[in-house]
Design a protein around this ligand. Structure first.
Ligand SMILES: NC(=O)C1=CN([C@@H]2O[C@H](COP(=O)(O)OP(=O)(O)OC[C@H]3O[C@@H](n4cnc5c(N)ncnc54)[C@H](O)[C@@H]3O)[C@@H](O)[C@H]2O)[C@@H](O)CC1
Ligand SMILES: [K+]
Length: 486
């Protein structure tokens, strides 16, 4: 089931729905217990709890309350806990009392050489960057100290994932009941994310009913899991043949620059058992690498396909515009990438109002060409807006890939590493997504599944060392095998 990522307001609605549990502080006690358990687990794994040192940075709201209650629990376990109150007169009164009674100490700065520091400055109520006093406290934290953020790393916007400067960079983020948007959008800033069960209604985690709570066009951010993708991945059945599994046509590369054609068709061949056609002047080079690809030099000679991929290394001249016009005039799903996006930027009318599914796959630079302005810090809003305005599905590439559908649904994927940031990796992505489109997956699924498998393949290929796109392509088949393995 896809995992939902909620706004701060949606989290508050879910919390309020628990009624008494919120009012009598039960939710906060459960949340802080979860934080304490994570810290204890970390210390226990590295030599035990007694005599270890933990610092807490406490803000003015309930996030600071969580941290102080957690600190009280840690102090009772024989850990030396010191809290710095950023706004002493506003610190959560009950939590402060509990912290003092448990033997926690207060200080104006954190002791040196702490094992763990807990960031309880702000959570979903935070606005803007870390304020100077808090920034100064964190600046003194040694690199060897493990930073555990309560709910969110402070200075990271809960809804947009914008990482303000300065902001806390966490090794572990402990959150409560449901994931916040920032946990995906600012994944690298959050570190490992632990979701603690605090008894929120379960229907906020991936339940289809949640859709009814969204106004039309409102952004709904979700992440596909490996299990979701495995279940949707096209696997040939008893009655399938080469045509029934979807034929993808790839228009990419050139005789002079055949690389994009080889990578895109190679990825399409590896991703599904459907057939791959190639159109373009790199036909001889493509066949030399992949004899199973059916190649022709001209679009007019191409046989039937169920989806088109157009653009990687395909040029931006008048002939390229004509080919783009021709494929977009069909009633087939079309993936538009790279050079074809540059061409499209000058002719958006080719896509706007198109009835058949269209998947645009820009990186940040191509996205700016399409919209006429930089993506900006709020990538989620930017990609959702373009999808809505053009009536297309838009996949914005990056460490966090976002795939937005015109109705406001957005699937996000954190690649987990940046090894795929290498020349030609986008060509591989286009081939994977194109073959999934041809197999009949909706564009948002084709894009999101391709992005996730691509990221896994990059990680598998790299295993700690830089890679080229050919390495990523070679890792595709074992990666899909791993995904589909029961
Ligand atoms: N409501 C609930 O039932 C629960 C809330 N929980 C915790 O409560 C948090 C939300 O608490 P609050 O609504 O009190 O909000 P926060 O504690 O996140 O922050 C609000 C306070 O921080 C100040 N502030 C905002 N931006 C700041 C900045 N950049 N620097 C310094 N101060 C800033 C505000 O003026 C306000 O006083 C959650 O993130 C979570 O940690 C948990 O205990 C779970 C249960
Ligand atoms: K925090």
């Amino acid at each position: 089931m896809p995992v939902s990522l909620l706004t701060a307001e949606q989290v508050r609605v879910a919390e309020r729905s628990t009624g008494e549990l919120l009012a009598n502080g039960t939710l906060m006690r459960r949340a802080s217990h979860g934080v304490a358990q994570v810290v204890v687990g970390r210390l226990a794994a590295t030599g035990g709890c007694y005599g270890r040192t933990v610092g807490i940075v406490v803000g003015a709201g309930d996030n600071g309350g969580d941290a102080l209650f957690a600190g009280a629990e840690l102090a009772r376990r024989g850990i030396r806990v010191t809290a710095v109150l950023l706004a002493p007169d506003k610190a959560h009164p009950k939590a402060l009392l509990a912290f003092g009674s448990a033997g926690g100490r207060l200080g104006t700065e954190l002791p040196r050489g702490l094992d763990v520091v807990i960031d309880g400055v702000v959570g979903i109520g935070g606005r803007g960057p870390l304020r100077p006093t808090a920034a100064k406290v964190f600046a003194g934290v040694a690199p060897s100290t493990v930073v555990v953020a309560v709910d969110l790393p402070s200075g990271v916007d809960a809804d947009t994932g914008v990482v303000h400067d300065p902001a806390v960079r966490a090794d572990i983020t402990v959150t409560f009941g449901v994931r916040r948007r920032a946990h995906l959008l600012a994944g690298p800033q959050c570190g490992r994310i632990v979701v603690v069960d605090i008894g929120l209604p379960a229907d906020h985690e991936g339940d289809p009913d949640v859709a009814e709570e969204y106004a039309p066009g409102e952004i709904r951010l979700q992440a596909l899991t490996d299990a979701d993708i495995a279940a949707a991945w096209p696997v040939p059945g008893a009655h399938d043949d080469k045509y029934t599994q979807g034929v993808v046509g790839v228009i990419a590369g050139s005789h002079r620059y055949p690389g994009a054609a080889i990578l895109s068709t190679g990825a399409a061949v590896a991703a599904t058992s459907g057939m791959v056609r190639y159109v373009g002047s790199a036909h001889a080079e493509v066949v030399a690498h992949r004899p199973e690809v059916v190649v022709v030099p001209e679009l007019s000679e191409a046989g039937r396909v169920q989806a088109w991929v157009i653009g990687p290394g395909a040029g931006t001249d008048d002939a390229a515009l004509e080919r783009l016009r021709t494929v977009l005039a069909t009633d087939l799903p079309v993936l538009v990438d790279a050079d074809a996006l540059t061409v499209l930027a000058a002719h958006p009318d080719l896509v706007i109002g198109r009835d058949a599914p269209t998947l645009l796959t820009p990186h940040a630079g191509e996205f700016a060409r399409l919209t006429g302005e930089p993506v900006g810090a709020d990538r989620l809003a930017a990609v959702a807006d373009l999808a809505k305005r053009w009536g297309a599905t838009v996949l914005l590439k990056g460490r966090i890939t976002l795939v937005a559908q015109a109705d406001g649904t957005v699937y996000g994927n954190d690649a987990g590493s940046s090894w795929a940031a290498t020349a030609g990796a986008g060509d591989v992505l286009s081939g994977i997504a194109g073959s999934l489109l041809a197999a009949g997956l909706p564009p948002i699924w084709a894009g999101a599944a391709a992005a996730r498998v691509h990221a896994h393949a990059a990680r598998n290929a790299a295993s700690g060392a830089p890679i080229g796109a050919s390495d990523l392509l070679a890792a595709l088949r074992p990666t899909i095998r791993e995904l589909l393995a029961p």
